[in-house]
Design a protein around this ligand. Structure first.
Ligand code: ZN
Length: 203
């Protein structure tokens, strides 16, 4: 099982971190050991003083595919949830300055929280999914898949040029504006529409 993540897929988030808007999807990966499931708490790791949450739509790949034909791309995914791409922002900043890969800032253990999976409806596949993240009951991120720079379909087509996609692979599709630091005791809750799919306590 592979975990793909898309960086800078919303213009407002690229701006908040002073990053350029990409011309092609920016892909990075997390190992399977990054998964944090079933509402388990997230423990702030000792190596970072600045862990950020990034609330994102996460898409699950339904069947194997390579060089996927655009006509059939919608048959390659059928489930979605909201997830958290936990990021050691302090470490990421240093790596970026040196032009180094991001893995230790992004792929560490339990850095990829996922909520409960739901099936895509036809309307959602036409690329209208509203989602939100609350921190301690206050909405901190509001997203709409329409605002993605690269749509779910475009991301899957792009990834499949380089990697064989396999059933069960996950794609974190990027975060809208509003990312921020977590502290011990925070509670993060993720929603698609009105439905709560994710609950994560920070310890
Ligand atoms: Zn992210």
């Amino acid at each position: 099982m592979k975990i793909f993540c898309i960086g800078r897929n919303y213009i407002d988030h690229a701006k908040e971190l002073n990053n350029p808007v990409p011309a092609e999807p920016m892909i990075f990966m997390k190992p399977p050991t990054a998964l944090l499931r079933n509402g388990k708490p997230f423990y702030i790791p000792g190596f970072s003083n600045e862990i950020h949450y990034e609330g994102e739509l996460v898409v699950k790949i339904a069947k194997n595919g390579k060089h996927i034909d655009p006509k059939f791309v919608k048959s390659y995914y059928n489930e979605v949830t909201i997830g958290l791409d936990f990021t050691a922002r302090d470490i990421q900043k240093k790596l970026k300055e040196k032009g180094h890969p991001w893995e230790i800032a992004k792929g560490f253990d339990f850095s990829a929280a996922v909520g409960k999976w739901i099936e895509f409806t036809d309307e959602m596949k036409q690329n209208e999914i509203l989602f939100s993240l609350k921190k301690n009951k206050q909405t901190v991120q509001l997203g709409n898949s329409r605002d993605m720079i690269f749509s779910i379909d475009e991301i899957i087509l792009y990834i499949s040029k380089f990697f064989k996609l396999q059933a069960g692979d996950l794609i974190y599709t990027g975060t809208p504006a509003g990312v921020g630091k977590v502290e011990k005791g925070d509670v993060l809750e993720g929603f698609i529409g009105e439905e709560q799919l994710l609950y994560c306590e920070i310890r």
